[in-house]
Structure formats: C-alpha cells, structure tokens
Design a protein around this ligand. Structure first.
Ligand code: NAD
Ligand code: WQD
Length: 341
C-alpha cells in the first residue's frame, strides 16, 4: 500500500515540485489548495512529468468545516506537508491581518484536525527569514531568532512555536520545520515552475521577466553593503533539491527515525552568493545579457545570510546537488515556456 501524503499548497511553486518528487518515490499525493496563488493546470505538468495526476480538492484551509469534511473522507494519511500560506513580504506589511489569519488559522485548523483524525506527522515550510540578520555566518539552527522584520516573517516564527508547543503537549504528533533559504529555478522539464502574480518581489523571477522583455530593467537594491563586492548576499538553492528534502523529511517521520518529536533543519547550499554574482550566473547560464541598474537599498533587506546546512547534510543525508547556473537555466527555460503557452 502506498503511503498517503497530504500536500497543502500543492499546486504552488514548491508544493508542485515536491508533489513530483513524492510521486517519483512511490507516495500517493493528495493536494488541498484554494488556487489563490496557483492554477489547477499545474496538475497537467505534474502528470506529464510523473505519469500520475495527484488528487486535488480546492478549498481554503481556514474554512474549518471543509477541512474536517476532507479528513472525515480521507483516512490513513501518513503525513502532511504544509506549504499553504501567503508569502509576499511587502504585502504582509500592508495587510498584516490577512497574513496572520491565513498563515496561522490554516496551521491551527490543520493541527486540530491532525489530533482529531490521528494524523501523526507534519512537515512545515519555515524560512530563513526567522533569523533576521544573524550575528554569525553561516547560520546554524541554534542561532537566536531575531524579532521578525515583517508580519510574514512573524507568521513563520509564531507558526514554528505553535507546532513546537503542540508536539510537546501531544506525544502522538511529530513535526519537522524546514527553514528554506532562497529557492529558485524550475523543474528541468520546464513543465512546472514559479508563477508570480503581478510584478515579482523576488530576484530571479524579476531577472527572467526582464530578460524576456516584460520589464525594462532589473533594479538592484544597493551595492554599498559591507560585503566583498558591496551587493547583498543570499543562499540560492534549486527548487528540485528543496523538494527532495521534503521527501526525506516525510520518510524520516513515517519511518520514525526522528530523534525528537520536533526538529528544525536549515535547507540551503551553504554558499553565499551576491546579487551581482547571481546576475552573472544568469548571463553565463543562458547567454542572455541582462539590463540592470543599481538603485537605493530596499528597506528591510538583510545584508547577508547563508546557511550552514551541516545538520540537514548529516541527519537527513540531504544536500543540494544543482549548481546556481543550472538553477538559473531552468528558471529561464520556464519563463520561455509560460510566455509561449
Ligand atoms: P506559493 O504561493 O507558490 O504556494 C502556496 C500555495 O498555497 C498556493 O498555491 C496558494 O494558492 C495556496 N494557499 C495559500 N493559502 C491557502 C489557504 N488558506 N488554503 C488553501 N491553499 C492556500 O508559495 P511557495 O513559494 O510554493 O511557498 C510555499 C511555502 O514555503 C509557503 O509557506 C512559504 O511561506 C514558504 N517559503 C517560501 C519561500 C520562497 O521563497 N518561495 C521561502 C521560504 C519559505
Ligand atoms: C534577494 C536579493 C534583494 C529583487 C525573500 C523573503 C524571505 C524568503 C525568500 C519566504 C536581495 C535583491 C531582489 C529585485 C534586487 N521567502 N533584489 N532586485 O529578500 O532574500 O527573501 O524571499 O520565506 O522571507 O524575505 O529574496 O528574492 O526578494 O531578494 O536587487 O528586484 O535580491 O535586495 O538582496 P529575499 P528576494
């Protein structure tokens, strides 16, 4: 019997890539998504890649009645991977209540349903944003969390705390929080990828849209930082590598290999890359010249952060394999694919 995994937000960017890797590893994937930031045609891409169309129910996880109804009809779920959330940092500053409601009510509803329907395992999408600007780099999981710089970041800190407290109050529930650094790129088939709404906030979709001619030029936010070349530094990891970490986390939980009820892992490459180096990687990987200009710093930006992924490398046996250039190439192939559709 295949193990059933519920993937919330499974038609979204990271969720769809994870659905592919789960199916490839023999899991039965059920998706809940309200299509707020994705479309159901994503299932076509997943099906083309894997030969299997995951089961999808379209509703808002904040709607507890619908969620309870879902669990009453879908028994024996081995684990939940909870991706569903709003994720735009800037928008969260303008609409904090939307973010707190969506990201936290959905999580509480899910945890209550896990208790009620005896679902034992949860993997949670957290973020390196919980660290703020770390004092020591590369950052390890035990680094102190800084006050969140945005309501979005706060939903990840509070989300982690809600899960930790739930696990310590209930021995039947185990959880892994995965702190992603900067996921980029797309599936190498170019059949699934990121679908940013409106003007992208994130660097790589802005780069690919500019290169495609949809934007005049990339605005690079500052080159006067205290870094070797003056540009901000991040840890960009390929979304397929990130997706594979979820499969490993699910196996660890369902095979009861986790050491404690609640665990936290950094997911990154361990390499700090500046914005300038990211642009150069894009140009190298695609042969396309990018128009950009340096402008003022973006308020709220962290100067530099990259992961120490040793704990995930050793405990999960997971590490990134794709290069930055490969990730950039797949992001570009995906941009071309969606524009030609
Ligand atoms: P995404 O927006 O592409 O996917 C999220 C999916 O959840 C979307 O399909 C959306 O329609 C759905 N959704 C949102 N609220 C919902 C609700 N209440 N009920 C049902 N469905 C709902 O985002 P993503 O980039 O795939 O991110 C997935 C998770 O990873 C999020 O929790 C995000 O905060 C976290 N994360 C993302 C990044 C990143 O840079 N992309 C980095 C760190 C953490
Ligand atoms: C990367 C670098 C920008 C756009 C955000 C969230 C974080 C996490 C990942 C979810 C920075 C620079 C960007 C542009 C630029 N998400 N940049 N011009 O800010 O590291 O993190 O996504 O959890 O929580 O805050 O990612 O892609 O926006 O920026 O120069 O048009 O690119 O200044 O140095 P960030 P990003």
């Amino acid at each position: 019997m295949k193990k059933k995994i519920l993937v919330t937000g499974g038609t979204g960017y990271i969720g769809s890539h994870t659905a592919v890797e789960l199916i490839n590893e023999g899991f039965d994937v059920l998706i809940i998504d309200n299509l707020y930031n994705s479309e159901k045609e994503v299932l076509d891409g997943i099906e083309k890649i894997t030969g299997t169309r995951p089961y999808l129910e379209i509703f808002d996880i904040c709607d507890n009645e619908k969620l309870i109804d879902f669990f009453s009809r879908n028994k024996d779920i081995s684990a939940i991977i909870h991706f569903a959330a709003y994720k735009a940092v800037g928008e969260s500053v303008r609409k904090p209540l939307n973010y707190y409601r969506n990201n936290l009510v959905s999580l509480i509803n899910l945890l209550e349903a896990m208790k009620k329907y005896s679902v034992p395992n949860l993997v949670f999408s957290s973020s390196c944003t919980v660290y703020g600007q770390p004092e020591k780099l590369p950052v390890t999981e035990d680094a102190p969390l800084q006050p969140a710089a945005s309501p979005y970041g706060n939903t990840k800190q509070v989300g982690e705390a809600i899960i930790r407290d739930t696990v310590s109050s209930d021995e039947n529930i185990k959880a892994i929080a995965l702190r992603y650094f900067n996921p980029i790129g797309a599936h190498p088939s170019a059949l699934i990828g990121e679908l940013p709404r409106g003007v992208p906030e994130n660097l790589v979709p802005y780069i690919t849209q500019t290169a495609y001619g949809l934007r005049d030029e990339l605005k690079v936010y500052g080159n006067d930082y205290d870094t070797p070349d003056g540009y901000c530094i991040r840890d960009y990891l390929h979304v397929v590598d990130l997706a594979k970490a979820h499969v490993v986390a699910v196996k660890r939980l369902t095979e009861e290999k986790n050491k404690s009820g609640y665990e936290v892992f950094n997911l990154g490459t361990g390499n700090g890359v500046s914005v300038l180096e990211a642009i150069q990687a894009f140009e190298r990987a695609t042969g396309v010249k990018l128009k950009y200009k340096v402008v003022d710093r973006r308020p709220g930006d962290i100067e530099k952060i990259w992961a120490n992924p040793s704990y995930a490398n050793e405990e999960l046996g997971w590490k990134t394999v794709s290069t930055l250039d490969e990730a950039m190439k797949t992001a570009w192939d995906w941009e071309n694919h969606i524009r030609k559709k």
